[in-house]
Design a protein around this ligand. Structure first.
Ligand SMILES: [Zn+2]
Length: 357
């Protein structure tokens, strides 16, 4: 690791400092913070077709002007590591020493958290990272996301979306570099990914003009021209101090790289670039047992696990679909048709040029 290169830092600053937010107070939902203060509140999603929801939010409005950075987690409410990391980030930022504004929403999908339901909002069975920009006349998920879009995405210059390996996901930590083919925006996103500090970076190309490009939080932010970073650490419901530190320090590194706090940032110089790859999905219900750990380097067709029926009779071997790194392997026996069993990402020496997918 080396210090953030001057060129990348300049690109990052150039892309994000264009709009210096100078307003004396900053409001998100019920939280209004004046300069140099941190205030907590909620985004209140009213009841309509189904129940309402209060999404917790912290607003830290720096003593000095600067960019607006939003950290969001818990669209998957059982990805605990990312949720706890953002909870712990709040007291680490001193509004009196901050330039700019930080919005922190650690847990969007409260019903998922409370019911321990992975992936979906159990209230309306919708994914809370797939319904942007939301719909104020819809069920709970689109109603909540309409408010998140208005109150958090719209005012932010930078969106950092944290994930944490869901209950059934045994995954290695990585960042995503989402690219939309716009050079200044993509370079700023890369600078943040390298500053964040995770040494594996998944390169994902998005076509911002595609009708579905803005369905996820990262896609919505990309389409709107924001600097975007997605990072993920944690696995299978386990909350480990080491994973929490990766995400908290990564978030602070983002603020350091943007010169919003006084923090020297050591950007990753030579990440492991992951581009493309393939997953294996279950073709039936039953049980899955991994025989390799997350982060294993595998060759195509290597056995990574096996499946059985509910009486323990073996139903098949699961093989790596390509050469690469096991970024994710199913961490629990539960398996249903189309459930992802393993994802193997290809390692490339450098990211290829952006191509519209
Ligand atoms: Zn997630």
């Amino acid at each position: 690791m080396v210090r953030c290169t001057a060129a990348l830092s300049l690109l990052l600053l150039a892309h994000n400092l264009g709009a210096q937010d100078t307003r004396p107070s900053f409001t998100v939902g019920t939280a209004t913070a004046t300069r140099g203060t941190a205030v907590m509140g909620t985004l209140n999603v009213p009841a309509a077709l189904d129940s309402g929801l209060r999404i917790p939010v912290a607003v830290i409005h720096g003593a000095r002007a600067g960019p607006v950075v939003a950290f969001v987690a818990g669209s998957h409410g059982t990805e605990y590591t990312s949720i706890v990391a953002l909870q712990r980030l709040i007291p680490r930022i001193d509004a009196r020493k901050l330039s700019g504004t930080v919005i922190i929403a650690p847990l969007l999908n409260i019903a998922s958290f409370e019911a321990m339901t992975p992936h979906l909002n159990p209230v309306d069975k919708k994914g809370m990272n797939g319904q942007y920009p939301g719909d104020s006349a819809g069920s709970q998920t689109p109603r909540a996301l309409a408010l998140v879009t208005r109150e958090i995405v719209t005012p932010a210059d930078v969106i950092v979306d944290l994930h944490g390996g869901d209950l059934d996901e045994d995954l290695r930590p990585y960042s995503y570099w989402f690219r939309g083919g716009r050079q200044a925006q993509d370079s700023a996103g890369l600078a943040l990914a390298l500053a964040f500090g995770l040494d594996h970076v998944i390169v994902t190309d998005v076509n911002p003009s595609a009708p579905t490009a803005g369905r996820s939080l990262s896609g919505q932010a990309l389409v709107r021209g924001k600097t975007v970073l997605v990072a993920e650490a944690g696995r299978s419901g386990v909350v480990e101090a080491g994973d929490i530190s990766l995400l908290v320090n990564g978030a602070l590194n983002v603020l350091g790289a943007l010169k919003m706090i006084d923090r020297s940032v050591r950007s990753i110089k030579s990440p492991v670039w992951l581009f493309g790859g393939a997953r294996v999905a279950a073709d039936s219900a039953g049980m899955f047992f991994a025989t390799v750990r997350r982060d294993t380097r595998v060759k195509k067709d290597a056995i990574v696990g096996y499946t059985t029926d509910y009486l323990g009779r073996k139903t098949g071997d699961i093989r790596a679909p390509t050469d690469g790194v096991v970024t994710f392997i199913r961490g629990v026996p539960s398996m249903w048709p189309r459930a992802t069993l393993v994802n193997v990402a290809r390692v490339v020496p450098t990211p290829p040029a952006w191509l519209a997918p």
